[in-house]
Structure formats: C-alpha cells, structure tokens
Design a protein around this ligand. Structure first.
Ligand SMILES: *[C@@H]1O[C@H](CO)[C@@H](O)[C@H](O)[C@H]1NC(C)=O
Ligand SMILES: *[C@@H]1O[C@H](CO)[C@@H](O)[C@H](O)[C@H]1NC(C)=O
Ligand SMILES: *[C@@H]1O[C@H](CO)[C@@H](O)[C@H](O)[C@H]1NC(C)=O
Length: 246
C-alpha cells in the first residue's frame, strides 16, 4: 500500500496545535509514517506536555526533545511503506452451503481428491460439502466481483486453479498454514487459490479463476460428474447457489 496523504489533510491537524507551537507542513505528499509520527507527537504534547508547552519557561530545546522522543519511539507504521501496494488481503470468513444450478450438492471424493456434483438422496445429506469462504480486499476493488478463497469445511483442502497441462484445471490442495494465504500478491503462485465471486442474483454467483480470467468453476450436464473449470462457451453449469450459514 502506498500510503500518501496530501498536505491539505495535514493542515487540518495544525489547527489543533497548542498555541505558541507551529507545525511546518511540507507541500510534498507525506508518507503515512511521517503523518503518524506527527499525530503521536501532538497527542503526547496534549496529554503530558501541554502545561509546560504553554508556559513561558518552555524552550525550543524542550519541544525538540519531546517531539524527537515521540518520533524515535515509533516504529509501528514502517510496514505501511514496505508492503507491496497491490496485494489481496484476507477479510472475513463465512461458512457457506453450495449447490449447482440443478440443486445438486458437492461431494468430496477422498480417493481422487475431487469434488462431484451429486443429487443426494435421503440419508446421504451428511456427505454434502460446505465451504469456508474467505473474502479478500484489494486496493483497487472490482465493483462486480469479490476475490475469495474456498476451503472445504472441516479440512485443510483449498480449491485452486492452475495449468498442469494445456488448460487450467481445478484442484484440491492441502494448505496447512492458513496464514500463508492472509495476503496474496498478484504475481505469486498463491493466485491459484483466488476466485472472483460474481453475484448474478440473490445468493447466486459464478466463481471465476483470478489466475485464469474467463475460466469458471462448473458442473456438468449429468449427475455424479466432477466439478471442473470451463469457459463461458462450454456447455456446463457455471452458476451456484451459495448461502451463508454464518
Ligand atoms: C441444495 O439442494 C438441496 C436439495 O438437493 C436443498 O435441500 C437445499 O436447500 C439446497 N441448498 C441451497 C443452498 O440451495
Ligand atoms: C468455517 O468458518 C466459520 C466462520 O464462519 C468458523 O466458525 C469455522 O470454524 C470454520 N470452519 C472450519 C472447519 O474451519
Ligand atoms: C439467501 O440466503 C439467505 C441466507 O444467507 C437466506 O436467508 C435467504 O432466504 C436466501 N434467499 C434466497 C432467495 O434463496
């Protein structure tokens, strides 16, 4: 994140300065670190030092000392400058129920490590897969679609999309360390875990690979077939009913 603020914003704060103090604001855009340092310095002056600041005994050296002390102690915001500006960062996680257009549930086959679209009969409902969907925030959000990762509830298995042959395919991959997906950089391998959830109706969405735009999670025409990636022109079901459980 490039944290730049214009000096007009800073000028507002200068009105809160104790009388007798002046804050010189550069007309260059300020980095967040500098801004925060100044606020902290002011807050400390307000709470601890204001009496002595206003008193006539207070000298420039005292002020410099107070301000320097505040600035030197503050290390918290350096991350803001060093963090790459274009990352996806994870937000809220929801547990979701998911069905395809034909109201088929998704079922996990542990053997093939694939999801299948199956019309579950009575007594087999426990085989239905629920997803834990984590939403992501991007500095330049897409109004149409929300980046998400999809994990099978109760497992470490994440849906991912990558090419191991000519075309992008859907995979289930074990991710033991969830925090490795807390931020995802656009050029990283982790992009294979991101999908754009585009709502096409109430609780109805498509899930497009962020790594391979125009490739969607989809189910086939007939029952008991694997969930796969497909393109818009393919004769497969690309919309899912997704309902939040929490
Ligand atoms: C999914 O389909 C089943 C019937 O197969 C239905 O009972 C359930 O309510 C559906 N869930 C959603 C989220 O549409
Ligand atoms: C799925 O997400 C919910 C939060 O909505 C959380 O309470 C639950 O523990 C998660 N399930 C798993 C298996 O991680
Ligand atoms: C959409 O999902 C919510 C729960 O997340 C549910 O209360 C609501 O009835 C659903 N609406 C439709 C039209 O399925």
């Amino acid at each position: 994140m490039e944290c730049e603020m214009r000096s007009s914003v800073s000028m507002k704060w200068s009105h809160r300065m104790p009388t007798g103090l002046e804050l010189e604001v550069s007309h260059q855009p300020l980095k967040m670190k500098h801004l925060v340092n100044i606020i902290i310095a002011l807050e400390r002056l307000k709470t601890s030092g204001s009496q002595s600041v206003l008193s006539t005994e207070f000298r420039d050296e005292n002020l410099l000392h107070v301000v320097m002390e505040s600035i030197i102690e503050e290390h918290l915001v350096t991350e803001c400058e060093s963090a790459p500006s274009n990352d996806f960062s994870s937000g809220v996680e929801y547990q979701c129920s998911i069905n395809d257009t034909k109201k088929r549930s998704l079922v996990l086959s542990q053997d093939s490590l694939k999801l299948y679209a199956i019309m579950l009969q009575g007594g087999n409902e426990h085989r239905k897969v629920y997803l834990n969907m984590s939403t992501y925030i991007h500095p330049s959000p897409d109004r149409e679609a929300r980046p998400v990762t999809l994990r099978i509830k109760g497992t470490d298995l994440y849906l991912s999309c990558f090419k191991d042959d000519a075309e992008p395919t859907l995979h289930l991959e074990v991710v033991e360390d969830k925090s490795s997906l807390s931020t995802i950089s656009p050029n990283s391998e982790e992009m294979r875990f991101l999908f754009y959830k585009h709502d096409t109706g109430l609780n109805v969405s498509t899930l497009m690979s962020a790594r391979f735009p125009d490739w969607y999670i989809s189910t086939g025409q007939s029952d008991n077939n694997p969930v796969e990636m497909c393109q818009e022109t393919d004769n497969r079901y690309r919309t899912f009913t997704i309902q939040r459980q929490s």
